[in-house]
Design a protein around this ligand. Structure first.
Ligand SMILES: Cc1cc2nc3c(=O)[nH]c(=O)nc-3n(C[C@H](O)[C@H](O)[C@H](O)COP(=O)(O)OP(=O)(O)OC[C@H]3O[C@@H](n4cnc5c(N)ncnc54)[C@H](O)[C@@H]3O)c2cc1C
Length: 445
């Protein structure tokens, strides 16, 4: 039973001393009060899809919140919805959509991850390009503090405020992205938007990577287009996408692909005409693939999801020899993306890595670079190269982790990006909210 909770999507395995599966908020309160009294660590988990080892532990209790999965009917007038932490993001989106409303955050893992996990990691996705990450869509949180006290935090509606330090204005923000280290989220009130009526997706294929990355910049800077996502696929990612798509959909000789979606405000033909004009300014080698209608958009999403899912599967095959998938999550200002990808490739070339893909949220300057290490020796070599890549990314004004958080795997890279003052401020907040350090030990700090 404890072994059932020893792994997430990081490739790490940590067996907890105890597992708790509370079924109500009261049971979470009781559990944390007891853990606080007995000084036992408590790491909470949603669906354990973390790629950084944040949802596993070998210290104390692993508390799975999956049973707290109630979703209330949306308040259509206020455009909000109340949910418990263990509800799946995909279920929340479907409940909102049935009322004509949109819960905008869209991590690729939305059908297999919880809202508690999404809030705790400030998850984002392809459409973050238009809508922002999860933080922007959280109105209120119920949090069980390290003492076991249940508190509610509501985002202020103020448009102006000069009282005190900015970081204390909206305490709700302390918990969003805190990876379980500052409190246990048990319930949330989320903001909803009107559901767009008609969305079209376009996959644009290129003969060279440079053309594709030029197209990303042209799309982002276009005054006639308003995409909600701009996703990039390199040649390795295209190969996986090709196997997931219907036979013959993706031509064999494309070197790179950009996938974008736009919510149609006028009509389909004029939207497509604006896109075609931009595409033809850069390439005329391939016909773009059009994804029109709900079923086709779902198909595009399934193809996109096949890339991290396939790379996770490939990585897990090498577990017995000490290998795994190495998943990077760096980002740079979008105009620096081509330079960053070029440098990242040249630091990997020559290492003999057989499976290496770069894909993802190019519109935000945020690709995922995934590499498969076949054994412990290759893992060490890849990790050393990744550290060099991250150092270069930082010289371009980038970040070492744009979406998946720090967890346990990326903790050693925190000081590359944050200076000692920033780290000691975070440590001070942690000490204030969790004086005995019982929450999610080993995550972030
Ligand atoms: C195939 C695949 C695709 C992915 N795609 C994306 C993507 O597009 N965008 C993205 O952002 N991430 C992505 N991820 C990473 C991961 O799915 C997200 O971070 C997700 O939000 C985690 O949710 P979870 O329920 O699985 O949380 P878990 O993995 O169980 O937990 C993650 C962290 O949140 C904490 N936590 C969980 N629940 C709570 C709670 N109730 N209160 C306090 N802390 C809590 C845990 O302690 C841990 O630190 C992907 C992962 C996979 C495997």
């Amino acid at each position: 039973m404890r072994e059932a909770y020893e792994a997430d999507a990081s490739g790490l395995h940590l067996v907890p001393d105890l597992v708790a599966r509370p079924e109500s908020i009261d049971e979470v309160v009781e559990l944390v009060q007891k853990a606080a009294r007995d000084q036992i660590s408590i790491t909470c988990a949603g669906a354990q899809t973390s790629t950084t080892g944040a949802s596993i532990t070998d210290k104390g209790i692993l508390a799975s919140l999956r049973s707290l999965d109630r979703i209330s009917p949306p308040d259509e007038k206020a455009r909000t919805i109340r949910v418990e932490a263990g509800a799946l993001v995909g279920e929340i989106k479907r409940t909102a959509a049935a009322a004509g409303l949109l819960f905008a955050p869209d991590p690729t893992s939305e059908e297999e991850s919880t809202i508690g996990g999404a809030i705790a990691c400030n998850a984002s996705g392809a459409r973050t390009f238009k809508y922002g990450a999860t933080r922007r869509h959280v109105r209120a949180l119920k949090v069980v503090m390290a003492s076991g006290e249940l508190m509610e935090f509501r985002r202020s509606d103020l448009e102006k405020n000069t009282v005190g330090y900015a970081f204390a204005h909206d305490p709700i923000d302390w918990f969003i992205g805190s990876e379980g280290t500052l409190g246990i989220i048990v319930e949330a009130e989320l903001s909803l938007l009107p559901l767009p009526r008609h969305v079209v997706g376009l996959a644009v294929l290129f003969s060279t990577e440079q053309d594709a990355l030029n197209f990303v910049i042209a799309t982002r800077e276009s005054s006639t287009l308003s995409p909600r996502c701009i996703e990039y696929f390199d040649v390795g990612a295209i190969e996986i996408a090709r196997s997931a798509a219907a036979a013959g959909t993706i031509p064999g000789d494309a070197a790179a692909m950009v996938y974008a979606e736009e919510e149609i405000s006028d009509d389909l033909n004029s939207t497509l005409a604006r896109w075609i004009e931009l595409i033809e300014a850069i390439t005329a080698d391939f016909e773009p693939l059009v994804f029109d209608g709900e079923a086709r958009l779902r198909e595009a999403r399934r193809i996109r999801h096949s890339i991290p899912a396939t790379m996770n599967e490939r990585g897990s095959k090498h577990r017995n020899s000490g290998g795994r998938k190495v998943s990077t999550d760096w980002a740079v200002p979008y105009r620096k993306l081509a330079e960053a990808i070029h440098a990242a490739r040249s630091l990997i070339d020559g290492l003999g890595v057989e499976e290496h893909v770069i894909y993802g949220h190019a519109g935000n300057g945020h690709p995922h670079q995934n590499l498969i290490a076949r054994d412990a020796r290759e893992l060490a070599t890849i990790e050393a190269a990744v550290e060099e890549i991250l150092k270069h990314v930082l010289t371009l004004g980038g970040t070492v982790a744009a979406e998946h958080g720090i967890g346990k795997l990326k903790r050693r890279w925190l000081p590359l990006q944050m200076n000692p003052l920033q780290i000691s401020m975070m440590t001070a907040v942690k000490r204030e909210l969790d004086p005995n350090g019982i929450l999610a030990p080993g995550n972030i700090l």
